[in-house]
Write a protein of this length. Structure first.
Lengths: 1079, 311
């Protein structure tokens, strides 16, 4: 019996072993399953499932174990291209998994306890037996995400040579690392040299040094050099400065390097240097990201320098580059409000809060640097992995990519409400259009509300003038409630060590539900959440229409000051009260405005603001983990914010100056600052309940201002003379906009520069500024510019000088500027004025940098280079053509047009119009080196089908000119007579005629000329060639007859006349190609 | 700096038959200008030490060597044949404005200097060759054409020269081709080598008027002046060679030179030229024939074209 049972058990065990893995695979997909789906093009589905059922740690382990086998398909994949594709798929998969885990710390730094040692007299100078303490170095532990990236990097390095897809991958990996804000992953211990207390580590053998791998594979990639500077700027400013300066002249990253150095100067207090850098950055680039940063940061400097007008202009410039960007919108709104521009301030605020998802804000993304390229890069990578799947790409992929681009958070926002309604027609918060003033008043005596007051009981003074109170209202007034909930990272750190997403969503839902339960049917509620961005999670809606939130943005930095300003400036229905309850986390590190600005805005707002300091960590899991982490010495809070983290309260619960300003902001509106008192911790819900209860005890006074000037700031004082010891809380005042400020009327009008300068209806004859030129061009294009410069007395060089100083004429539309400059250059060069040649060449050089896309060349840049090389070849005696062609070829090495363009440009250096053997026409000479170089360049161009014929014809002409007629003839005969390019076909016949004439084959030459004349009827050169041939062979009568025909023929464009202009014959078409995307 | 015009103009005319065989040109009729086997005409300018034409010479005063072989001169004429003047006007970017206006006046004056049987043709060129006015004696028509000059563009100088020389083929008339140019070619299909062959086969006498100082003319009216190219470069040797080979000359004019007087002198010189006729003997007909002309008068300067192509 026993053996039988043993056998049965053994069989069962075998069965379990055999069935086990399969059963397991049904329960939980492995990394390999996900990878299979991912590589097949089901990118989002695979990642979504992975997120639900697995985690980065598990994926890392499985990839390490099975990844290599998957790539080679257990050795069955032998095709090198397929192998490379599978490597790319695996590496990109690892990268995406790493990014999903973005708000977790990428590492832990363990700080060992201080050690003590008893000194011995033999080894130490100290007295024997005395103890000495020392701090051992820290230990570094990497989390799964960076190890996933590193695994992918190792996989790709197995490819013998890096290819474009691998470059995309490395750039994408850089984006992920910079988003994780972990420079150590890129360059190693950034604290090296700063000591153990600063975080210096002991186990340097565990450093990943990812950037070195990237640079080894792509040594010429400037973005990796820039990343070094970004990685070092916190701990080693000098290194960062040096790196940025090294890059300043690079057309691709120079502008960004300058802007980043300018930001460093701000933190160092070198404001003038900062401004210089921003100005220079604006001259170097047209990358909207960089231009926004330069303008925005300049605005912040000017604010510090108390130059509000210039700061305002700078913020406007920033917004022109990135319309709706929150940082400049908020900063500008606060500034505009300060000069009583109420209408515009509310418009800006409405635009800022009301856009969901919020538009990309370069300042919000400053810290995450190249993360802005993630959507482009991942799209490229996916396309390389599964082209068809990528092309048919789901909307989800786009949404995912777009979301990643525009927001700091990982989660896609689900529609937040069931019955979301469009915002009702509202008027600005400052009621500038009405002459009726409402004032919220709370009257309390010894803590209790004073009730039963009537209009006669109140003494209301407007700018010191007593007013007649028309009515007193109370509970009947409906409320518009705005909740501000800070869902940024933990109170202590930006990043979390736990998955807190579900807890955040749960907490927000609870808060919304509880507050909504207290609302009356006539009340509405809006919910604004704050992380790095300000999000309108719930638009103003009745409580019954507000549904449950499934997902929301959370984590990262906090912009809560901006959120409060945005809420204070929201348009309000005059018949409703606007109440704001803002939960803050004692932390703001990303806002554009300071706390003082919040106070300033609040003092002019008609809203009621209550600020609730959520003092404790409200997410229990996170709090527990944090405590554990700190106690174990495993966490060192990395310093991540760009500027000081603004706190409202100190560790000893004292208000900081920021806290005081925010408290005063609340009080200026008649609201309050709420914070923990003893064991009573306030919450948004409890605060609202308290506020709501107080509303029943508050009065809304209504009066029409009399005896005071209408426009400007009105201070309000409210008193209740008949009630002794009463505490009266009311808003401190209101303001009425004076007159419309022309400069503020259309802040975002494009082109902004045109709005600043000149008048729109000037005629070309009175063109005085570049803006006038630009306007004329917009109206009439190239002919308009041509007409202007044909006008006597118009000095083009003056415009060129101004153009060098001016910024982008079309902020946000730099491509229009690039086209304008090209047509401007053409119009000026037609006048052939030598003093304009160099400025135009310099200008075109600058624009070459403007059109250079940051990551990789794009179609517009290609079209621009094509037009620019064409123009330069057409005007090669005025502006250098070779550098233009070389720049184009370097940017687009696979475009044969630029290979040919370079050959032509070099050929143009020795331009002669006929064979020079035995005759020196104008003293020109040619070196063998030149001939060899041009020959080689033409042969390079002949390698491409697209340019083969033209390159051959041009090479033949060179050979003819140096007397190698046989070679020239052979080269010409290698070109099919039926060449599709009609110009080239004609020139080929013409050249054959010339070559045959030079070889003494006059009859054959006549045949060739005749063929040329037939291919382009009326063209002069072939006819002259034929006439010459007839004359030389003695057919004088026919020659004379032809001479008569030539003299009297109508003008026909002869392609030979354009020969030395190279590709200029394509210039008009190239301009058309540029105009199309500008339309 | 007024430079005396020292070059006389010569022309060679090879005609079919010793008599001045004349045929009207027509579409279906070959031009009469051809190098026959029996007769050659040579334009010869004879000047004394003061550069004045020497008149009253007869056949006995001339010695003509054809390929080094002395020839018997059958006839000599002086200033009797009508003249066709072809004015080639370079209207590219380099000849505009004030210079062009001076040219216009000079051509108008030249028209006035023509005799009744003389004619003038106006050809303007940039890259495009354009006959602005066919042979005419109508001075007003020429003036109108001059006023409608479309300036600008490149310069097909060589092509225009070639066309003008080939087109100057009427055997009954002497052919003077005067080109006003800065001497820069920037768009011709004709090579210099071919051009020289054409010059050797042409009956025309080439005169070049090259501006060398006009760039300094003040542009008070705001018009463009001739480019500095010709100021900085020596006159192209090719032009000198072409002029010399056809018995013509290159006139380098300065800023203050009266163009009208210059043109008049060119015409007078061309008119006061002997035409010698002979039938080549003792030389092979085909190929290029060098010509050498001498005058048995001490102190004279003799200019004649250097050769011609035999049939």
């Amino acid at each position: 019996m026993f053996p039988a049972r043993v056998a049965a058990l053994a069989l069962l065990a075998v069965a379990v072993c055999l069935a086990g893995p399969r059963a397991l695979s049904h329960q939980r997909p492995t990394a390999i399953d996900f990878l299979d789906r991912y590589a097949a093009g089901h990118f989002d589905a695979a990642l979504d499932d992975l997120q639900r059922t697995s985690d980065a740690d598990a994926i890392l382990k499985q990839l390490r174990e099975f990844g290599t086998s998957w790539i080679a398909l257990n050795g069955s994949v032998t095709d090198a291209r397929e192998l490379a594709r599978r490597r790319l798929a695996a590496a990109t998969f690892a990268l995406e998994v790493a990014r999903l885990d973005q708000w977790r710390e990428w590492k832990r730094i363990q700080t060992p306890p201080v050690m003590e040692a008893t000194l011995s007299a033999t080894t130490q100078r100290a007295p024997q037996g005395e103890k000495e303490a020392f701090q051992p170095l820290n230990t570094l532990w990497w989390a799964p995400s960076p190890l996933l990236v590193e695994w992918g990097c190792i996989v790709l390095r197995a490819n013998e040579k890096p290819d474009p897809a691998e470059r995309w991958w490395h750039l994408a990996a850089l984006a992920v690392a910079q988003r994780a804000e972990d420079p150590q992953f890129l360059i190693g211990d950034t604290k090296l040299g700063l000591g153990s207390k600063a975080g210096e580590i002991m186990n340097e053998q565990h450093e990943i040094l990812h950037l070195k791998h990237s640079q080894d594979r792509f040594p010429n990639e400037a973005r990796f050099v820039l990343a070094e500077g970004i990685a070092r700027f916190r701990d080693w400013a000098d290194d960062a400065h040096a790196t940025y300066r090294k890059l300043a002249d690079r057309p691709d990253v120079g502008g960004e390097a300058l802007a980043r150095e300018g930001q460093m100067f701000i933190t160092e207090g070198k404001l003038r240097d900062a401004i210089d850098r921003f100005d220079e950055a604006e001259r170097r680039t047209r990358d909207p990201y960089v231009l926004y940063l330069a303008a925005y940061l300049r605005g912040t400097v000017l604010m510090r320098q108390r130059e509000p007008a210039r700061a305002e202009a700078s913020f406007r410039r920033a917004l022109a580059e990135a319309p709706g960007a929150q940082s400049a919108s908020t900063a500008l709104a606060a500034l505009v409000l300060a000069r009583n521009g109420y209408e515009e301030a509310t418009t800006l605020a409405a635009g800022m809060v009301g856009s969901e998802p919020p538009p990309f804000d370069p300042w919000r993304g400053f810290l995450h640097a190249d993360d802005r390229f993630w959507p482009l890069l991942i799209s490229r990578l996916r396309g390389a992995i599964a082209p068809q799947a990528s092309q048919t790409g789901s909307a989800t992929a786009q949404r995912r990519a777009a979301g990643a681009a525009t927001s700091a958070a990982q989660d896609v926002v689900a529609p937040p409400t069931r019955g979301q309604q469009p915002p009702p027609q509202q008027t600005p918060a400052f009621r500038t259009a009405t002459d009726v003033v409402f004032v919220d008043v709370s009257v309390r005596r010894r803590g209790a509300a004073v009730t039963g007051l009537t209009a006669a009981d109140f003494d209301v003074r407007d700018n010191g003038v007593r007013q007649k109170v028309e009515s007193v209202e109370s509970m009947a007034v409906p409320i518009d409630l705005t909740l501000i909930i800070d869902v940024s990272g933990g109170q202590r750190t930006t990043f979390s060590n736990r998955d807190v997403g579900a807890a955040v969503v749960r907490r927000v839902n609870e808060q919304i539900a509880r507050v909504a339960a207290s609302l009356r049917p006539i009340d509405r509620m809006r919910v604004i959440t704050v992380d790095t961005y300000v999000h309108e999670l719930v638009r103003p809606a009745l409580a019954s229409d507000i549904g449950r939130i499934d997902l929301l943005h959370h984590g990262g930095h906090s912009s809560v000051y901006d959120a409060i300003v945005g809420a204070l400036l929201q348009p309000v229905d005059p018949d409703r009260r606007h109440v704001i309850i803002a939960g803050v986390k004692n932390r703001d590190d990303q806002s554009a405005v300071e706390a003082a600005a919040v106070r300033e805005v609040a003092s002019r707002s008609g809203s009621l603001l209550h600020v609730v300091l959520e003092e404790m960590l409200t997410i229990e899991d996170e709090a527990r983990e944090d405590t554990r982490c700190i106690e174990a010495g495993l966490c060192q809070s990395p310093f991540r914010s760009l500027q000081r983290t603004r706190r409202m309260q100190t560790a000893s619960l004292q208000l900081t100056p920021d806290g005081v300003a925010i408290k005063e902001a609340a009080e200026a509106t008649g609201g309050k600052w709420h914070q923990a008192v003893l064991f009573s911790e306030p919450s948004i819900r409890s605060t609202f309940e308290q506020v709501f209860q107080e509303f029943g005890e508050r009065y809304v006074l209504r009066y029409r201002p009399e005896g005071v000037a209408r426009a400007g700031w009105h201070s309000i004082t409210v008193a209740v003379p008949g009630t002794r010891d009463a505490t009266v809380l009311a808003r401190k005042g209101y303001a009425i906009e004076a007159t419309a400020d022309p400069s503020a009327a259309s802040p975002l009008t494009i082109p902004a520069a045109l709005a600043r300068e000149g008048t729109p209806d000037r005629e070309p004859a009175s063109v005085r500024t570049v803006a006038d030129l630009a306007r004329a061009w917009e109206r009439g294009g190239l002919p308009a510019l041509d007409a202007i410069f044909r006008t006597p007395g118009v000095a083009p060089v003056r415009f060129l000088t101004e153009l060098e100083r001016s910024g982008n004429l079309w902020p946000g539309y730099s491509r229009r500027e690039a086209l304008f400059i090209l047509e401007l250059a053409d119009a000026i060069l037609r006048r052939n004025r030598s003093e304009t040649f160099k400025p135009i060449a310099d200008l075109l050089d600058r624009v070459t940098g403007y059109v250079a896309a940051p990551i990789e060349p794009d179609e517009f840049e290609q079209a621009w280079h094509w037009a620019a090389t064409s123009l330069a070849q057409g005007r090669f005696w005025q502006i250098p053509a070779v550098p233009r062609a070389v720049q184009a070829r370097v940017r687009f090495p696979g475009d044969p047009r630029f290979v040919l363009a370079e050959a032509i440009a070099i050929d143009q250096r020795w331009r002669t119009f006929g064979p020079v053997v035995g005759v020196r026409l104008t003293g020109q000479s040619v070196s063998e080196a030149h001939v060899a170089e041009v020959t080689q360049k033409y042969r390079d161009a002949m390698e491409f089908a697209e340019t083969r014929d033209e390159a051959a014809v041009r090479l033949a002409w060179l050979q003819h000119r140096i007397g190698r007629h046989d070679e020239a003839l052979a080269t010409l005969d290698s070109v099919a007579a039926s060449v599709s390019d009609r110009d080239i076909a004609y020139v080929r016949h013409l050249f054959r005629g010339h070559v045959l004439m030079a070889a003494g084959r006059v009859d054959d030459a006549a045949v060739a000329y005749r063929a040329g004349a037939s291919s382009r009827p009326g063209a002069q050169s072939a006819r002259v060639g034929l006439m010459n041939a007839l004359m030389v062979r003695g057919d004088v009568g026919a020659a004379a007859q032809l001479a008569d025909t030539i003299e009297t023929a109508p003008g026909v464009l002869d392609p030979w006349w354009e020969y030395w202009s190279g590709n200029f014959r394509w210039f008009a078409r190239a301009l058309d190609a540029l105009r199309e995307p500008n339309r | 700096m007024r430079r005396p015009v020292r070059c006389a103009v010569f022309a060679v005319c090879a005609i079919a038959g010793l008599g001045l065989e004349s045929r009207a040109r027509s579409q279906d009729q070959a031009p009469v200008f051809r190098v026959g086997t029996s007769a050659v005409s040579v334009d010869v300018s004879v000047r004394d030490r003061s550069r004045k034409p020497v008149t009253g010479l007869t056949a006995a005063d001339f010695t003509v060597l054809d390929n080094g072989v002395a020839q018997k001169i059958a006839n000599v004429s002086f200033g009797v044949k009508p003249i066709d003047v072809t004015i080639g006007l370079d209207v590219s970017q380099s000849v505009t404005g004030l210079v062009l206006e001076r040219l216009r006046r000079a051509v108008a004056q030249l028209m006035g200097d023509l005799r009744r049987d003389d004619r003038l043709k106006l050809v303007m060129f940039q890259t495009q060759i354009h006959r602005a006015m066919d042979f005419t004696a109508d001075a007003r028509a020429v003036d109108r054409a001059m006023r409608a000059v479309p300036a600008g563009g490149g310069t097909a100088l060589f092509d225009t020269l070639s066309v003008a020389m080939v087109g100057a083929s009427d055997p009954d008339r002497r052919q003077l081709v005067v080109f006003f140019t800065d001497g820069i070619d920037s768009g011709s299909a004709s090579s210099p080598a071919v051009l020289e062959v054409i010059a050797q086969r042409s009956r025309a006498t080439l005169v070049f008027v090259v501006a060398t100082g006009l760039g300094t003319i003040p542009s008070g009216s705001g018009v463009r002046i001739v480019s500095l190219g010709s100021l900085l470069r020596p006159i192209d040797p090719l032009l000198t060679r072409l002029a010399t080979d056809t018995g013509g000359s290159v006139l380098s004019i300065q800023r203050d030179v009266d163009l009208g007087s210059t043109f008049r002198r060119v015409l007078e010189d061309f008119r006061s030229t002997y035409v010698l006729y002979y039938s080549p003997a003792g030389v092979a007909a085909p190929g290029f024939h060098t010509i050498s002309v001498q005058v048995a008068r001490p102190g004279t300067t003799v200019l004649a074209r250097r050769g011609y192509f035999g049939g």
